[in-house]
Design a protein around this ligand. Structure first.
Ligand SMILES: Cc1ncc(COP(=O)(O)O)c(C=O)c1O
Length: 399
């Protein structure tokens, strides 16, 4: 699924619009039709034999995809400069399949401490049961990660920025060490999307996305994508096929439809997110705003060096009060809804305690943390909503 198109001089936003829309895949339609299929028919025994010999390059069987899935796979591989891309029914499908494609019993994995919690649980659960040992590492480690390598360290997993606490990692420094040690690098690029960061160009071997977020962009489908370089592509697609991983054509269709408007949506998320973040910086009940584009954010200099933008997800640490009282704020918001996702057009607020999911670097903060997804609404409405919510919460702090 999804070999890359040849390189081109086109601007990136032109490529977002055009990638994967070959006539052989989409026909004369702008968007690829939704080809729903399990069974694909052959006209002759010779054609069937030919298919068996080239399963990845012919219409063969539904689990290998149809032109609907191939079109999005090609687009993602082109946009991140990979040898190919595979689609999954969720971001977690992309993450777990990528890990399983490169790891075996007896291997050691270096996993960033600020990783998305279900990825952490996968390491502590299934991978541990398979005899794969995980060490969680400080996201601030760049090249010093070398000290954590052992004889059997096979893989480093990077998520930049970190889940909830938004630390940007020095991926080129980490990848240099990992490759010198003969190890692989997988990067979760969900936050930046192909528009704002290219993991493969910064040393990753596989880039994974919860396309559920900004790529689908409308909170109505689950979808994962993994893009691999030449070194890992055959391993990734063989493992993904064996694991029975494939996104359905309807979800792949929604993913490619969302992809085409990624750039203008993300630019608005970025602009509005920064406006709200800067407003929060000046609020008396705010201890710290964790937004990679703010100067004092962890890893900000690396963000400036390696990323070309910031999406609409960031966190705010309050200067006091208790998480158990946060309902006074979040239960009565007018525009921010509460939910465990992000990346759609709507604004979301999520109170969380990062301390529960940190083992390498303890999380210490004077007050609760709120993760905010800034959607496409009017920022004045969002700011007024936060202002009123913080005033309600302040009453519970006795200040
Ligand atoms: C950074 C990150 N990676 C991966 C995932 C998993 O994606 P999905 O929910 O599509 O399985 C999420 C979901 O929230 C996420 O935030």
């Amino acid at each position: 699924m999804g070999s890359k198109n040849s390189g081109s001089e086109r601007g990136f936003e032109t490529r977002i619009v055009q990638a994967g829309r070959r006539k052989a895949l989409t026909g004369r339609y702008v968007n690829p039709p939704v080809h729903r299929a399990s069974t694909i028919l052959f006209d002759s025994y010779a054609e069937l034999r030919e298919g068996v010999a080239n399963i990845f390059d012919t219409l063969f069987y539904g689990r290998l995809g149809t032109p609907t899935q191939w079109s999005l796979g090609e687009a993602m591989a082109e946009l991140e400069g990979g040898a190919g891309a595979w689609l999954y029914p969720s971001g977690m499908g992309a993450i777990t399949s990528s890990l399983l494609s490169l790891l075996k019993t007896g291997d050691h994995l270096l996993m960033v401490d600020t990783v998305y919690e279900p990825t952490r649980k996968f390491c502590q659960g299934l991978l541990q049961r398979m005899g794969i040992e995980t060490t969680f590492y400080d996201p601030a480690l760049g090249g010093d990660i070398d000290e954590l390598f052992g004889e059997n360290t096979r893989l480093v997993f990077v998520e930049s920025p970190g889940s909830l606490t938004m630390e940007i990692q020095d991926m080129p420094a980490i990848a240099e060490v990992a490759h010198a040690r003969g190890a692989y690098v997988i990067a979760d690029n969900t936050w930046a999307t192909p528009l704002f960061f290219n993991p493969l160009a910064h040393g990753a071997d596989i880039s994974v996305h919860a396309a559920t977020k900004y790529i689908v962009g409308h909170s109505d489908a689950m979808l994962g994508v993994a893009i691999a370089n030449e070194r890992c592509w055959n391993k990734l697609r063989a493992a993904s096929l064996s694991l029975g991983q494939i996104a359905g054509p309807d979800d792949a269709y929604l993913g490619q439809r969302g992809l085409r408007t990624l750039a203008p949506r993300l630019k608005t998320h970025q602009k509005s997110g920064l406006k709200v973040a800067r407003w929060l910086v000046g609020h008396p009940l705010v201890h710290r705003v964790l937004h990679p584009a703010l100067e004092d954010a962890p890893g900000h200099k690396i963000w400036r060096r390696d990323f070309s933008g910031a999406s609409g997800l960031f966190s705010v640490v309050l200067s006091g009060g208790k998480l158990e009282n946060i309902g006074s704020m979040v239960d009565h918001m007018e525009h921010f809804a509460m939910g465990f996702s992000w990346g759609g057009y709507e604004s979301l607020i999520l109170p969380v305690d990062p301390a529960e999911t940190r083992t390498a670097v303890p999380w210490v903060a004077p007050g609760p943390l709120l993760r905010l997804q800034i959607g496409l609404e009017d920022t004045d409405d969002l700011i007024a909503d936060l202002d009123a919510g913080l005033a309600r919460f302040q009453k519970t702090t006795g200040r």
